[in-house]
Design a binder for this molecule. Structure first.
Ligand SMILES: [Zn+2]
Length: 290
């Protein structure tokens, strides 16, 4: 896809120039975060002013609501299906308590947030997975909300942007969580058959049943730099195949090389590129991008 070639650069301008984040007033008691890549300590406000990206280019994890605020036009996000929450269908030991503590800690009811928003002036439906709720694992609620979002988008003839982060299917919901792969995929297919556009942004990590279903079903698939994207974990693959894995196995960069990902998109360019791509596809359907 030649139009995407200009984006096939693994480094953004922040990474290349080692430019530091905007200077922000800092509180001397402000907590700092240590970058696992360059080991520099940085105050949270400076990191945040830089989209939660270290000056070395390392992309820190973002909560779903931080990402929504980062990507969408101010005050345009309107949440859908917010009242759905998980039951404990199998009576799995400790699951009900876990849902309660994780819910209190993350402030979310489950591992995905859905809604509509404008990005660069273009309307879209979006779902953003929540890494701080059981590592974005997919149970019945995640499957149901994403399915409903695709059904809503099909009915309203809107594009969907999906930002994925997930440890895979939620083991506490057993087979029910595995069923969500088929259910979400069917909804994605109906949206696609209606001629509508689905854009995926893979973030670190996207694995298991999420990779094996809706994360890899986008018309265009972008990934954040350095993200781990795969199905089974590297150690499991190595033990099963009894072969040494190639360098960079399951990284976004190796997926790009092997054609699973269309472009690596650093955060500094995400709003611009995502809004351009959404606008292009809105116009191709004769929708007014304004
Ligand atoms: Zn760093």
């Amino acid at each position: 896809m030649p139009i995407l070639n200009f984006m096939r650069r693994p480094h953004n301008e922040l990474e290349r120039e080692g430019r530091s984040a905007a200077e922000v007033q800092r509180d001397q008691h402000e907590p700092e975060k240590t970058c696992p890549n360059c080991h520099k300590e940085q105050p949270l406000s400076r990191l945040w002013a830089n989209g939660n990206v270290c000056s070395c280019g390392y992309h820190f994890r973002m909560s779903a609501r931080q990402r929504i605020r980062f990507l969408t036009d101010k005050d345009t996000f309107s949440e859908l299906f917010a009242d759905i929450s998980s039951g404990d269908p199998l009576g799995f030991p400790g699951y009900a308590e876990k849902l309660e503590t994780v819910g209190a800690a993350s402030g979310e009811r489950d591992a995905v947030i859905c809604g509509t928003a404008k990005i660069g002036g273009t309307d879209c439906c979006m779902f953003v997975m929540e890494p701080y709720f059981m590592m974005g694992s997919m149970g019945a609620v995640v499957g149901e909300k994403i399915t409903r979002l695709f059904e809503y988008a099909t009915e309203k003839r809107m594009p969907v942007l999906g930002c994925t982060v997930s440890g895979g299917a939620r083991m506490q919901e057993g087979l029910i969580s595995l069923m969500q792969m088929a259910k979400t995929s069917a909804a994605v297919l109906r949206h696609s058959e209606a001629g509508l556009f689905y854009l995926v942004l893979l973030t670190d990590p996207t694995t298991g049943g999420v990779t094996a279903s809706f994360a890899m079903e986008g018309d265009i698939i972008f990934s954040e730099p350095g993200a781990t994207v795969g199905f089974a974990g590297a150690r499991v693959v190595e033990q099963t195949t009894r072969k040494a894995l190639p360098k960079g196995f399951q990284t976004a960069e190796s997926l790009l090389e092997h054609g699973f990902v269309d472009a690596i998109l650093p955060r500094s360019r995400q709003r611009e590129v995502i809004s351009n791509v959404l606008r292009m596809h809105s116009e191709s359907e004769g929708r007014d991008a304004e």
